[in-house]
Design a protein around this ligand. Structure first.
Ligand code: 7TS
Length: 407
């Protein structure tokens, strides 16, 4: 029996709730993860005892807040293996981080004749910024073709990455198929032709050890709220060499070096990209989340997500009239499925009546739905507070949904 990795009763008050008379089973962590008391308390404590703006005033609380903000950046840098904390830019999340690279660097990096490579499984956040970039600069958007099981092979990468490739933008892990993409191979290929690789880590950073040095990538985007942190905070990590030449998108306070009536010069990285009052409490909450995860150990988190994701895949695969998408093995933490003749929204509705939260829809990946030949799917996704018991409840719920609609 696979048990939850954490003391759920102690750490996750929300998972003690009853929904429609049943203990809540949270299988929607790919949308957002639940927050442990350790994270909730860190945010509360900041507002209760240390609240002040950062990087401006000299009083004691301002100094405390500024120190806590800087320490958060260091914790997060350590969590992803960054060489220095200045390479960590705080954003609202993955979406803002990817838009920042596409605008701030993409515009100067691409022109007519250049190519930007993406995949059909990208979340819209890692697709539309590149579509729009291609429209602005006249570069061409190209797609790596997926294998039949939804995976990306090294050969498929080789077929699309070439001398004209300036940017490769790929998710490390798909939010629908649970596939794990060959990021290192893609990085080697694009570096060979002098381009860069931008990695969407929204679904990988929460679930596996991340080392940006070892991955040898140029940018990594991820969201705090999918890794037990608060909403409204995320990260763009980038290699200093790129961040130094990247343009800011937000002009205003705290991102300048000198201003006169007609001109302004920019502050150093990371302040250059963080105009205005940042999400101080969010950064503190996110660093508390990295400590929470590190205390458990990301290797253990990874093993747990893989084991439970695989169990969910295998369990659903066995049920007649259920289609499960993505590769059989290895399968990550997200499992997309359909039940013959039942709309995914109806599945999610019956599940809710049984206290089980899943997502139904296109999962912000419409080109992937087109590739799968469906309008939408149901999706269950697991994390460190789920255990085998939850997969049994998932199985029961599918059987119940089938019975309900047969009536
Ligand atoms: N990239 C991937 C791979 C994602 O899964 C998501 C969010 C994003 C980017 C965007 O992150 P945000 O924090 O900026 O919104 N994915 C999902 C999902 O699968 N269901 O709800 C949100």
């Amino acid at each position: 029996m696979i048990e939850p990795l954490v003391d759920v009763a102690r750490d996750f008050p929300i998972l003690q709730r009853e929904i429609n008379g049943h203990r809540l089973v949270w299988l929607d962590s790919a949308a957002t993860a639940q927050k442990p008391n350790q994270v909730i308390d860190s945010v509360n404590d900041f507002y209760r005892w240390s609240n002040a703006n950062v990087l401006r005033s000299v009083h004691t609380l301002a100094a405390e807040a500024t120190t806590a903000f800087a320490e958060s950046r260091r914790d997060i840098a350590r969590f992803i293996g960054a060489r220095k904390s200045e390479e960590v830019i705080f954003t609202r999340g993955t979406t803002e981080a990817l838009n920042l690279v596409a605008r701030g660097l993409g515009d100067s990096l691409t022109k007519v004749g250049d190519e930007i490579v993406v995949s059909p499984m990208e979340h819209h956040s890692n697709l539309i910024p590149w579509q729009q970039l291609a429209k602005r600069t006249g570069a061409t958007l190209r797609y790596v073709e997926l294998a039949q099981d939804g995976t990306i092979t090294v050969d498929a990468l080789r077929a699309v990455i070439g001398p004209s490739t300036r940017i490769v933008a790929l998710s490390k892990v798909s939010n629908v198929l649970g596939t794990v993409n060959p990021i290192q191979a893609a990085g080697e290929m694009v570096h060979h032709v002098g381009g860069i690789i931008v990695v969407d880590g929204a679904q990988s950073v929460p679930h596996e050890p991340t080392d940006v040095q070892q991955l040898d990538i140029d940018f990594l985007a991820f969201s705090g709220h999918k890794m037990c942190g608060p909403t409204g905070i995320g990260v763009l990590w980038g290699k200093s060499q790129w961040l130094d030449q990247m343009e800011p998108l937000q002009y205003g306070g705290e991102m300048i070096s000198y201003v006169d009536r007609d001109t302004a010069t920019w502050a150093e990285v990371p302040e250059k990209f963080e105009g205005g009052t940042p999400n101080i409490a969010g950064s503190i909450g996110l660093s508390a989340a990295t400590r929470y995860l590190s205390n458990i150990g990301m290797k253990k988190v990874h093993q747990h997500s893989q084991a439970l994701g695989q169990l969910a895949f295998d369990t659903l695969y066995e049920i007649p009239a259920v289609t499960v998408y993505g590769p059989g093995r290895p399968h990550g933490a997200a499992i997309a499925f359909n039940i013959e003749g039942i709309h995914p929204h109806d599945i999610a509705q019956v599940f809710d009546s049984l206290g089980i939260a899943i997502r139904a829809g296109h999962h912000c990946a419409q080109p992937l739905m087109q590739w799968l030949g469906v309008g939408s799917t149901a999706r269950a996704s697991v994390y460190l507070y789920n255990g085998e018991q939850d997969i049994l409840r998932l199985r029961e719920a599918i059987l119940e949904t089938k019975r309900y609609f047969r009536r």
